[in-house]
Design a binder for this molecule. Structure first.
Ligand SMILES: Cc1cc2nc3c(=O)[nH]c(=O)nc-3n(C[C@H](O)[C@H](O)[C@H](O)COP(=O)(O)OP(=O)(O)OC[C@H]3O[C@@H](n4cnc5c(N)ncnc54)[C@H](O)[C@@H]3O)c2cc1C
Length: 424
């Protein structure tokens, strides 16, 4: 990041996190650091003596986790925002106006930032959590061009961040775009903390948000037994445990293979009749050949049980109706997601029935530009029905939902941004 971080100033010494298992605050910190490729050491507080040694009474749950930075700074139960501050990564926008404001720091947004900044556009990227998006939670992306042995999503994202910074893109982390306001010449974005971003053109690359199971207690157990996405930061913590992975897509398949390296057993739970219907052949073969993995087809999770943390789940076979309760502290939900684009509806941006943003040729009906379109030309391929407002990646109607295509669209969007800006 721009400023030397506490970790960077003490190379080789990772930050230490002391905490209890099943603590959602500790999970948020681990997830954030892992996605941003910041080295850390997790030390589980298992005994009362361990708690006291780090300066907290065993009953004082709200004082953990304790984070100790390489420079010796100690923080009790910090928020992720406080950690970002300490790392020197939190700052206000440097410019009063940008050529391009990009919302979302997944593969599409990062790619747009690299191309825009390298081509001389004053570029800011706003990311609500950590760079990398969905890809950032993946332990290994094996089909991204140029990495024949695969690359972790966090590593890929960190490389892209470095590249974007090198070309001069500004990156604002832990900031969420919540509202837009468009005039003829300006795209104004309002962030959740009240910050206003003014730009001549804007790109929405906000991807999708993980879908939930819709079960009672699901929110309560989030970070305390229930996790979404591939959970790459958690795999090493699952040593000797029984892990359940819900989902039959490639992302769930890859993630379960990763967990199988650490866990005693990994159970993949899918609603369909066969894993091969939803998973690439090479992953099906690998899962079938892995001794500590099992696949339960035509099965759903129907209930979550526990006190403060998840203790067990109920599984129901859809065909026979048979139910079983399985003890576990680790349930990973990797069943796709939905776009969060309510802000777009408020400003009249066309969305499809599922909330994906419609662009370019998909806006044109019977050769006619969309209603209210003010220009003599049709919307560019990645442009919405608001001139100068572009979309790329998974959030776009008809997108392919792959890393490479998100990266491609991010790059391509910049060409259209140039054309739009040249129109004056
Ligand atoms: C576990 C997993 C493994 C995968 N593995 C592969 C793989 O091996 N190969 C492959 O090709 N594809 C893979 N995919 C799919 C691939 O990761 C996605 O297609 C890709 O990440 C889409 O990129 P994106 O930039 O469009 O969106 P996302 O990756 O979803 O990124 C969107 C970003 O926008 C941010 N954001 C959202 N709303 C706001 C807001 N209001 N303000 C600011 N920021 C916001 C989010 O925090 C997020 O960082 C995988 C997906 C998952 C979940």
């Amino acid at each position: 990041m721009t400023n030397a971080s506490a970790t960077e100033s003490h190379p080789g010494r990772p930050m230490k996190i002391y905490g209890k298992v099943g603590c959602s605050r500790a999970y948020a910190i681990r997830d954030f650091l892992h996605r941003n490729d910041v080295p850390f050491e997790w030390i589980e507080l298992k005994t009362d003596d361990q708690c006291r040694a780090i300066g907290v009474e065993p009953t004082e749950d709200l004082r953990t986790p304790v984070c100790v930075f390489p420079d010796g700074t100690r923080m009790e139960c910090p928020t992720v925002r406080q950690i970002i501050d300490k790392l020197g990564w939190f700052h206000d926008p440097l410019l009063a106006e940008y050529d391009l404001a990009i919302y979302g720091g997944g593969p599409a947004g990062l790619s747009a930032a690299v191309y825009a900044a390298s081509e001389g556009l004053k570029t800011v990227l706003i990311e609500r959590w950590a760079i990398g998006g969905q890809a950032g939670s993946s332990p290994k992306i094996e089909n991204y061009l140029g990495f024949p042995t695969g690359i972790s999503g966090a590593d890929l994202a960190e490389r892209a961040r470095e590249q974007a910074k090198k070309f001069g893109a500004e990156i604002l982390l832990a900031r969420e775009g919540v509202r837009g306001e468009f005039t003829t010449a300006k795209r104004v974005g309002y962030l959740a903390d009240g910050t206003k971003i003014i730009a001549r053109a804007a790109l929405c690359a906000t991807g999708i948000e993980y879908r939930k199971l819709g079960l009672e207690n699901e929110d309560k157990f989030y970070g305390q037994g229930v996790y979404y996405g591939a959970g790459a930061s958690e795999a090493e913590l699952c040593e000797g445990e029984h892990v359940f992975m819900i989902g039959g897509g490639n992302s769930a398949g890859q993630a379960s293979m990763h967990f199988a390296k650490y866990a005693k057993k990994v159970t993949v739970v899918v609603r369909g009749k066969a894993l091969k219907d939803t998973l690439s052949r090479y992953l099906v073969d690998r899962i079938m050949a892995t001794k500590n993995m099992e696949v339960l087809t035509e099965t759903e999770v129907t209930a979550l049980h526990g006190g403060r943390v998840l203790e067990s789940i109920t599984l129901k076979n859809k065909r026979t109706g048979a139910e079983q309760t399985c003890p576990t502290k680790w349930l990973f939900v990797c069943i796709g997601g939905d776009p969060r684009t309510e802000w777009a509806a408020e400003v009249g941006i066309v969305r499809d029935d599922l909330g994906y943003l419609v662009t370019g040729p998909d806006l044109v009906r019977d050769g006619k530009a969309p209603k209210g379109w003010p220009l003599n030309r049709s919307p560019y391929f990645l442009e919405t029905n608001v001139p100068g407002m572009f979309e790329a990646g998974d959030v776009r109607h008809g997108s392919v939902k792959r890393c490479a295509s998100a990266v491609g669209e991010g790059a391509m969007s910049v060409m259209f941004v140039h054309r739009y800006l040249a129109e004056g």
